[in-house]
Write a protein that binds this ligand. Structure first.
Ligand SMILES: [Zn+2]
Length: 78
């Protein structure tokens, strides 16, 4: 008997994934996620317009930052 395991499974249940058509914007760390956005998402899209733009922009910026950083030189942080 390992009650710890059962506790963990219970927690996964508590994640409560957003419903179909609801924005899947997730917030949280360490595997503890919540879905605070109650906006509606377009069919076939994961996020509401607001968060979709956020995700798209941040991905673009990250790529751009990485590209410009590679030109400048190595950022030894690992
Ligand atoms: Zn949203």
């Amino acid at each position: 008997m390992v009650p710890e395991n059962k506790k963990k499974a219970r927690k996964m249940d508590d994640l409560r994934l957003p419903r179909t058509g609801q924005c899947k914007w997730a917030e949280g760390t360490g595997g503890d996620y919540i879905f605070p956005c109650k906006n509606r998402a377009e069919p076939g899209v994961s996020y509401c317009a607001e968060h979709h733009a956020l995700v798209y922009i941040s991905a673009e910026e990250r790529r751009r930052n990485r590209e410009s950083r590679q030109q400048i030189g190595s950022h030894a942080a690992a």
